[in-house]
Design a protein around this ligand. Structure first.
Ligand code: C5P
Length: 402
């Protein structure tokens, strides 16, 4: 681990929580690993740890105010944001997290965050009730959608002597995540990846449609993981209530399978790989009524459905040496059906979701998959969060794309 961060510029943001005392250890670890560190501390942070300690450890004056107290010199948050290769905010208090999520730029730490061109990681630290509060969780979700990496707090005894989740991750673990970040970040740089996600809606009339329960969570997790490894991602999303603001994700919203096909075909031309996680409707009404269908007009109703285009198979037909990854969600003969699908759609890899496992499937935060590759290699993974499943899928993709 020695000098693993050599030449890296880290902005260490410290906000006002008791865990700020651990920031000195974290700073020491960054410096020992070879990083150059600029500490930015909030006014409350200074109540918990002195700038003198942090300046001595970092070898640089600590930035806290918009203007230096002695010289009146203006501290440029823009310059700091450009200098930064990574911004790590540890501890990130509920207040700082709330300000970050809402752009409340009333101190130097938040202005630096808003100006930062680099990736940002936060290590939250607070009491268990504050951490569990819906407003904190909503702010965390917002920051995640901005591409901020959250180093989850651990559970244990807190400064209040209450026991629960909210304890800032230990400095050596944060250091590990930072080293991992720099070693992984570039693994897909220069690659362009198409991801389809969510359901499609097929209109019956102006107020009704045929849809399915897909939430898009798996596809969004894949898009974010690919972007965090440096890939440019084109995310073609069906109607979902998810957000993503990762700077390397371009999102195209579609509704029907035909719209998804059109967007995916265009995007695929400029991509190196496509991961098709959308739950595309197999059929659509032959005709969509311009006006709302009236119940009085008929005793019963027969809808004539026509087959939708198969996006995966269409892309498979002109994939050349691009990599194509599909999904299979099967209720019976899972394995055989997945293999057949991989062949018929010319996929390089298929991700089989097990419906036998209660932790897998639509609208859940977890999934359990087996990844089968065209060369016959097969790996069955345990149930994990969709975020972690995305890591496995991207690891497998990297093994064939490079
Ligand atoms: O629906 P099916 O089980 O055949 O889907 C398997 C894979 O094919 C999935 O990756 C899905 O996104 C894709 N697919 C598609 N277009 C369709 C149907 C499925 O791209 N019309």
């Amino acid at each position: 681990m020695e000098q693993a961060l050599k030449g890296k510029h880290i902005v260490l943001g410290i906000s006002g929580g008791i865990a700020a005392y651990k920031s000195a250890f974290l700073l020491r670890l960054f410096i020992k690993a070879g990083a150059e560190v600029q500490v930015v501390i909030t006014p409350n942070g200074k109540e918990f740890i002195t700038p003198a300690t942090l300046a001595a450890l970092s070898g640089k004056p600590v930035v806290s105010e918009f203007f230096a107290a002695n010289t009146g010199e203006w501290h440029s948050h823009v310059d700091l944001g450009l200098w930064s290769d990574l911004m790590v905010i540890a501890p990130a208090t509920a207040s700082t997290i709330g300000k970050m999520a809402n752009g409340v730029a009333d101190n130097m730490l938040i202005t630096t965050y808003l100006s930062a061109k680099s990736p940002v990681m936060i290590a939250p630290a607070m009491d268990l009730d504050m951490w569990a509060h819906p407003s904190t969780q909503r702010n965390i979700a917002t920051l995640e959608s901005y591409g901020v990496e959250i180093i989850q707090p651990g559970a244990g005894e807190l400064a209040s002597h209450l026991v629960g989740k909210g304890r800032m991750e230990e400095p050596d673990e944060i250091l590990k995540r930072v080293i991992e970040h720099f070693s992984q970040r570039d693994s897909l740089r220069g690659k362009k990846i198409l991801v389809t996600a969510g359901p499609t809606y097929e209109n019956i009339d102006p107020v009704r449609f045929i849809g399915n329960y897909s939430s898009g969570k798996m596809g969004f997790a894949i898009a974010e993981e690919a972007a965090s490894r440096g890939a440019e991602v084109i995310l073609v999303a069906g109607p979902v209530s998810l957000e993503t603001r990762h700077p390397r994700i371009s999102r195209i919203n579609v509704r029907s399978a035909r719209q998804m096909l059109e967007a995916a075909q265009d995007a695929f031309e400029e991509c190196d790989a496509a991961i098709l996680s959308a739950a595309v409707a197999d059929y659509a009404p032959e005709e969509c009524c311009d006006t709302k269908l009236k119940r009085e007009n008929t005793d019963g109703l027969t809808l004539k459905l026509v087959k939708n285009p198969d996006i995966a198979a269409t892309l498979g037909d002109k994939k050349g040496n691009k990599i194509l990854v599909g999904f299979a969600l099967e209720t019976d003969h899972e394995h055989d059906n997945a293999l057949k699908k991989m062949k018929s759609k010319k996929l390089d890899m298929i991700v089989l979701n097990s419906l036998q496992n209660p932790l897998a499937g639509f609208n859940k935060d977890t999934n359990q998959v087996t990844i089968i590759k065209a060369d016959g290699k097969e790996t069955e993974y345990p149930a994990k969060s969709k975020k972690d499943v995305a890591v496995d899928i991207l690891d497998e993709l990297e093994s064939v794309i490079n």
